[in-house]
Ligand binder design. Structure first.
Ligand SMILES: NC(=O)c1ccc[n+]([C@@H]2O[C@H](COP(=O)([O-])OP(=O)(O)OC[C@H]3O[C@@H](n4cnc5c(N)ncnc54)[C@H](OP(=O)(O)O)[C@@H]3O)[C@@H](O)[C@H]2O)c1
Length: 249
């Protein structure tokens, strides 16, 4: 039986993917700061779900993570979904600092911990570190500068960890998942329009497929893959004139 730990599993994509793997019969460890949804998942699948509180910004996060791995009897896949962010054209420093705490510091803490686990256990079966980044990391987006920069950081970090694993002969696959807009609590869908908005039910199977196929990088979905491929070709003097916004409803 395969074992997956989902960090940031109390809502949105993390919750859905964790429920799907539990339904498929995997052993699933779930964590977040809000534990009520995690307890609900555990009572739905009492034989194969374990949960714990983890705040990725806290120094005890790694201890809780390793405890959860132990309670699960080991880990084959870590899926990191914990993330935050806002449109912040006014550059509110509190929003920016919190985004960095979660998406950069917390992200690094948890990916490092998973890498060390796979390195130290010298697992015979190949381990996997998967994380949800974003299409926002593929270009600097003015209205969400810190969010898009934090996602670019995550993307580079995973690429580097993949190279490090190869160099150090650590038996781990690294999977980066880049969704476009998804209708979750992260977005303000009641007040803004988001182009090509996808539902969690549509996105979750695509995330699961990327994990099962051990893809290095996957963009969800193909429309967003085309958009990001095209906008990467746009030279800066033109890019800076494109006013990306989420129009109010
Ligand atoms: N929605 C989109 O359009 C979209 C697009 C591309 C990428 N993403 C990325 O997808 C990931 C999942 O987000 P989502 O859209 O599914 O939104 P969501 O429903 O808000 O999920 C975010 C998850 O992160 C957890 N989290 C936040 N801060 C945390 C912290 N300090 N410690 C531990 N867990 C924390 C939340 O749990 P608690 O609050 O209970 O801790 C929640 O489970 C994020 O990395 C996001 O940037 C989202």
């Amino acid at each position: 039986m395969k074992r997956i730990i989902v960090i940031g599993a109390s809502s949105g994509m993390g919750y859905k993917v964790a429920s799907d793997f539990a339904r498929m019969g995997w052993k699933v460890g779930v964590s977040a700061r809000r534990t009520e949804p995690l307890a609900a998942l555990q009572s739905q699948y009492p034989d194969n779900v374990q949960y714990t509180y983890i705040d990725v910004t806290a120094s005890d996060a790694v201890k809780h993570f390793y405890d959860l791995i132990e309670r699960l009897g080991g880990m084959d896949v870590m899926l990191l979904c914990a993330g935050t962010g806002w449109n912040n054209p006014e550059l509110d420093p509190a929003k920016d600092m919190h985004t960095l705490q979660v998406n950069v510091m917390g992200f690094t803490r948890m990916v490092n911990a998973a890498y060390k686990y796979f390195k130290d256990t010298a697992n015979v079966n190949r381990g996997q570190i998967a994380a949800i980044t974003s299409i926002a990391g593929t270009k600097g987006i003015g209205i969400s500068a810190t969010y898009s920069a934090s996602k670019a950081y995550q993307s580079r970090y995973l690429q580097a960890i993949d190279q490090l694993a190869h160099q150090q002969h650590v038996n781990v696959a690294v999977t980066e998942i880049r969704p476009g807009f998804v209708n979750t609590d992260l977005l303000d869908v009641s007040r803004h329009n988001y182009p090509m908005l996808m539902s969690v039910d549509y996105v979750a199977p695509r995330i699961e497929r990327a994990i099962l196929r051990r893809r290095r990088v996957t963009t969800i979905d193909s429309r967003w893959a085309v958009v990001t491929a095209l906008w990467r070709l746009i030279p800066n003097p033109i890019w800076r004139r494109i006013a990306l916004d989420n129009p109010a409803k």
